[in-house]
Design a protein around this ligand. Structure first.
Ligand code: FAD
Ligand code: NAI
Length: 475
């Protein structure tokens, strides 16, 4: 086999596999190396996102939401089901099948796009003239070479100090997606995205879920009005969320875990859980790269240092996705992958970090893009706001979920949309319109004037835009 390529991509998560495909479309010969194996030891490309992140979590969120509907809302539609049970094996099997379909889909895409896939660990092995040498290690070793290298090795879960994940009692996202009996008492450290999504999954199946969060404010990254509404709704659903706490001690055995913590009023507590999910953020993963041998620069937190163009300190070596600065999101990794492939091909590329959408797939969902009120106040920017509650939206009523609202923030003078914040059903889908408007530097008046089909949830965006000018029609 020819081992010389125009480009080698290390890592086949959403950053790496998309970069490899785009580069191949642009005429480059491309190798993509990925180490992830499934339980049979076969390649499982797709990275964290496909194997233990976006895809399996959304599969479990969907199944558990249906279960929740059967138990709590179907009767409002006149559908009566008694004694609904969850078959946890099938619940997990469905998720595993979806993951497998995605792994196979990526292998198919590699074939279709003539990307040479190597299963194993990739590491730097030196340089000959303008060619970087990359060792691939699996059962055997081989050396590949290329002028360009993209590092897309992603991230791993951060451990609580001195408490290693055993994935039985102390769970990272990996173990939290595969619990094979519903825990009676589930503890979660960190009320971030993973804590809320996976906490929702296991609560819906019947677990008593307590989330311990060190930050004084709940969901501080979101607009504060959204965070307040989310806290109210999630608490009502049964999630016990404690903010401003300090975890003092964690001790665990095979079947239980004790967490001692101090609450925001300095009172001491101890809770015994069956299992504990630790979701306190993720750290960049560069361990297997042998990066120090070629002098690759990392920053103080272990991220690969890159400039605005994803260029590292080394010639023709680029890095993208979770392993570099910026939000740890699959779509951010993907867009950087496309951007770098196009830059290598001599094109201009397009990246706008200001308009990256965020979504939390709880029920209701939370989504936002652009600036929130707290940030605009800090920037001393004059703005105006328009909001619209889903309770006044016909489609939301038909759907049976009228919780939440849409909030649009626009510049006070030019009316340019500066941020859109949604809490409500299908917020993940609704946010796309806001991203499009903002990418084109559109105004709230643009949203107000665009056709929106009736009856749709998206009419709430139009109504929120109208509300900016005090001319909401349905509220
Ligand atoms: P990764 O997906 O981490 O992929 C890196 C790949 O590189 C892995 O396959 C790894 O095995 C491989 N690798 C590492 N080192 C080497 C080496 N030396 N040689 C060969 N291969 C190597 N984001 C969203 O946008 N939406 C979501 O809904 C969402 N949900 C999530 C849910 C959970 C539970 C978690 C944990 C994350 C979620 N994320 C979500 C974040 C998302 O998964 C990451 O942002 C995304 O996977 C980052 O992509 P990446 O390509 O940079 O890295
Ligand atoms: P996170 O950064 O979203 O949240 C971590 C939380 O833990 C924070 O609120 C933080 O204040 C808290 N925390 C940190 N140390 C603590 C401690 N010692 N005690 C108590 N609380 C502590 O990180 P999370 O949830 O682990 O997710 C990692 C990343 O994965 C996210 O930032 C996101 O980028 C990505 N992700 C994205 C999803 C999506 O897009 N829907 C879903 C899941 C993950």
């Amino acid at each position: 086999m020819n081992n010389k390529f125009d480009l080698i991509v290390i890592g086949a998560g959403p950053g790496g596999y998309i970069a490899a495909i785009r580069a191949s479309q642009l005429g480059m010969s491309v190798a993509c190396i990925d180490a992830w194996s499934n339980i049979n030891g076969n390649p499982a490309p797709g990275g964290t996102c496909t194997n233990v992140g976006c895809i399996p979590s959304k599969a479990l969120l969907q199944s558990s939401e249906y279960f929740d509907h059967v138990n709590h809302s179907f009767h409002t539609h006149g559908i009566e089901i008694s004694n609904a049970k969850i078959n946890i094996n099938n619940f997990l099997k469905r998720k595993d099948n979806i993951v497998k379909q995605n792994n196979e889909g990526i292998l198919y895409l590699f074939k279709k796009n003539k990307v040479s896939f190597f299963h194993g660990k990739g590491s730097f092995f030196g340089k000959e003239n303008d060619q970087w040498l990359i060792k691939v290690k699996n059962k055997e070793e081989s050396i590949l070479s290329a002028k360009n290298v993209i590092i897309a090795t992603g991230s791993i879960a951060r451990e609580f100090p001195n408490i290693a994940f055993d994935e039985q009692t102390i769970l990272s996202n990996d173990g939290a997606l595969s619990i094979n009996t519903v825990p009676k008492k589930l503890g979660i450290i960190g009320a971030g995205v993973i804590g809320l999504e996976l906490g929702s999954v296991w609560r819906r199946l019947g677990a008593d879920v307590t989330i311990l969060e060190s930050a004084p404010n709940f969901l501080a990254a979101a607009d504060s009005q959204i965070s307040k509404e989310a806290f109210k709704l999630f608490t009502k659903q049964g999630l016990k969320i404690n903010v401003g706490i300090e975890v003092k001690d964690i001790s665990y055995s095979k079947n239980s875990v004790s967490v001692k913590y101090k609450d925001s009023s300095s009172n001491n507590h101890e809770i015994i859980f069956d299992k504990l999910i630790v979701s306190i953020g993720r750290i960049p993963f560069t361990k297997d790269l042998n990066a120090e041998s070629v002098g690759l620069t990392l920053d103080s937190k272990g991220f690969i240092s890159v400039d605005n163009y994803c260029k590292t300190n080394l010639q023709n070596i680029w890095a993208i996705g979770d392993v570099v600065r910026g939000p740890m999101l699959a779509h951010k990794a993907e867009e950087e992958g496309v951007f770098v492939a196009e830059m290598i091909a001599g094109q201009k590329g397009h990246l706008n970090f200001n308009n990256i959408p965020w979504v939390i797939y709880t029920s209701p969902e939370i989504a936002w893009v652009g600036k929130n009120e707290q940030q605009l106040k800090e920037l001393k920017r004059d703005y105006k706001i328009g909001s619209f509650p889903f309770i006044a939206n016909g489609r939301a009523r038909a759907l049976g979920d009228t919780s939440g609202f849409v909030k649009i923030i626009a510049d006070k003078y030019t009316d340019e949309v500066l941020g859109v914040h949604i809490i409500g059903a299908m917020a993940s889908e609704l946010i796309s319109e806001a991203v499009t408007i903002m990418e084109f530097k559109g105004s709230s008046e643009d949203i107000a004037r665009i056709w929106h089909a009736h009856p749709t949830l998206s009419e709430s965006l139009k109504e929120a835009a109208l509300a900016l000018d005090n001319r909401s029609l349905n509220y």
